[in-house]
Design a protein around this ligand. Structure first.
Ligand SMILES: *[C@@H]1O[C@H](CO)[C@@H](O)[C@H](O)[C@H]1NC(C)=O
Ligand SMILES: *[C@@H]1O[C@H](CO)[C@@H](O)[C@H](O)[C@H]1NC(C)=O
Ligand SMILES: *[C@@H]1O[C@H](CO)[C@@H](O)[C@H](O)[C@H]1NC(C)=O
Ligand SMILES: *[C@@H]1O[C@H](CO)[C@@H](O)[C@H](O)[C@H]1NC(C)=O
Length: 474
């Protein structure tokens, strides 16, 4: 995508903002439009930020290994250095005189944010993946210092225990890893999520570790929660789906799409079994929970985190012709597309699979509220990217009006959902700083903060970071 798209996006953003301001909504719209205890934050993840992949006693994770295989990641990018967050989350005394050394947690504070979401790199804590290989004291110290720095700057740490970077085959050790986290950090960390986007993790073809967290939730509840008084939940990702036509077949395809993406994970934890649409069609291919598993899984959350990026049109599709070709995409029997008759469901974004559709977030929140017994919800990720393009001067790259409009609109739809009675307690932008975006490497800039990858990873505030600061003024 080139300037044409960027330009039209910018014009559209300006129009949207103008429309809001003219209606007189935007002027008064701020953190004070939300409940007092609503949490505004931004997010990150260890592999996407920390770098220092061989430092401080850290072991090798599956992402270290994977990113080093030539051709797996766009431009052969890796997270070896990433944002060097490991060294730059705060100014250390011996480099005070270096003006260019950043102080990332201070930037969070400057934006008036209430919370910072980050994950713990499994192999920084357990270098070979399991307790028997020993606990890495330096890794524990890093997270202790980070947590202390976050709290000292007036922010709450929202910690994801697992954000996709285990040691190979380590899922059986998940409960051990989680327990080290509860024990070492739980006196100060009051908001835990067990797993980020199990759907994405399963779709990427890593082994299915989705059920590893449940023993850890039981452990937290019986052993740590009574004295630490924190909450624990799971973060799922879902698109919103709009029927391509008014036919019952397309409406059913929408239900299947929600069940396969969201229900696959939420139905078990809320209702104790997989969605009916999956059980009926998959039959014996879908494992059945034992009574003991139901007891462990059902109700094992204090809140649900939802990551939302896009909406799609959805139509019914026939099962694959060859009945033996069993796959997720065949079983779902739904066809999703960002376009209907050539018209996009929302403004196409730089990341081609995403369409800017703020209304879909409210729909998703209303649906989740209805279907899953009115849970406490957090929007744990929501954001938009622009292209990493070295030929765009930095001063222009910082003008991200499209991002301001994106967050303003999504926050308005969350606000509507709250007025409709949905118990949404927080909103986290994805992401704090431009970072390593998995298979896309450093192509997508999702950050509120620009990172100059050609000049020592220098940090610059994008315009959206100033908008957030103003929006969140206390
Ligand atoms: C990068 O930006 C320049 C200047 O705006 C533009 O001409 C070029 O097409 C962009 N490159 C890519 C790969 O989109
Ligand atoms: C990635 O590495 C492989 C193997 O060294 C090389 O053939 C390929 O050209 C590299 N790709 C890029 C974009 O540098
Ligand atoms: C980790 O190291 C311990 C002790 O050396 C060993 O028993 C265990 O099998 C190792 N685990 C993994 C996953 O490599
Ligand atoms: C899926 O949707 C796209 C876009 O609307 C359409 O071109 C395609 O034919 C559809 N495929 C099926 C199998 O319905």
């Amino acid at each position: 995508m080139g300037t044409g798209t960027g330009m039209s996006t910018r014009i559209l953003s300006a129009l949207l903002l103008a429309a809001l301001v003219c209606k007189g909504v935007d002027a008064a719209f701020s953190r004070h439009s939300f409940p007092k205890d609503f949490v505004f934050g931004t997010g990150s993840a260890s592999y996407q930020y920390e770098g220092a992949y061989k430092e401080g006693g850290k072991g090798v994770s599956i992402w270290d290994t994977f990113a080093h295989i030539p051709g797996k990641i766009l431009n052969n990018d890796t997270g070896d250095v990433a944002n060097d967050f490991y060294h730059r989350y705060k100014v250390t005394e011996n480099c005070y005189w270096l003006v260019s050394i950043s102080d990332d947690v201070k930037l969070l504070k400057d934006m008036n944010l209430d919370a910072f979401r980050f994950s713990i790199a499994w192999t920084r804590i357990l270098p070979n993946g399991s307790l028997s290989g020993g606990i890495n004291k330096e890794g524990v110290a890093f997270y202790n210092n980070l947590i202390n720095e976050v709290i000292a700057n007036g922010l709450k740490p929202f910690v994801t225990i697992f954000h996709w970077d285990p040691q190979a085959q380590a899922h059986k050790d998940y409960a051990d890893f989680a327990e080290v986290c509860f024990r070492e950090f739980g006196d100060r960390v009051k908001d835990w999520t067990t797993f980020n986007e199990p759907w994405t993790y399963a779709m990427q073809g890593y082994d299915n570790g989705a059920f590893a967290p449940w023993p850890a939730v039981r452990l937290y509840r019986s052993k740590y929660q009574p004295s630490q008084h924190g909450q624990i939940g799971i973060t799922v990702v879902s698109h919103w789906f709009v029927p391509n036509s008014d036919t019952l077949a397309d409406k059913r395809a929408v239900q299947r799409s929600l069940d396969y993406m969201l229900g696959w994970y939420l139905d078990p934890v809320v209702h104790g079994e997989y969605p009916g649409t999956m059980r009926g069609y998959l039959g014996a291919r879908l494992p059945r929970f034992t009574a003991e598993q139901v007891k462990m899984v059902k109700g094992s959350y204090d809140f649900i985190g939802v990551n939302y990026y896009t909406t799609y049109f959805t139509s019914s599709a026939p099962p694959p012709k060859n009945g033996l070709q069993l796959s997720y995409s065949g079983d779902i029997r739904a066809n999703t597309s960002g376009y209907r008759n050539g018209v996009p469901v929302g403004e196409p974004e730089f990341v081609p699979i995403f369409f800017n559709s703020p209304f879909g977030l409210r729909e998703l929140l209303l649906y989740t509220d209805r279907r899953y017994n009115h849970p406490i919800l957090y929007v744990t990720e929501n954001g938009i990217a622009e292209e990493n393009n070295a030929s765009i001067p930095i001063k222009d790259a910082l003008k991200d009006g499209h991002r301001i409009s994106f967050h303003a609109k999504h926050l308005q739809f969350i606000n509507h959902a709250i007025r409709d009675g949905v118990n949404v307690k927080g909103y986290f932008t994805w992401t704090f700083m431009d970072c390593f975006e998995w298979g896309d490497g450093y192509l997508d800039r999702f950050g509120l903060i620009f990172i100059d990858r050609l000049n020592g990873l220098k940090r610059y505030r994008k315009q959206s970071s100033y908008w957030i600061e103003k929006f969140l003024k206390r």
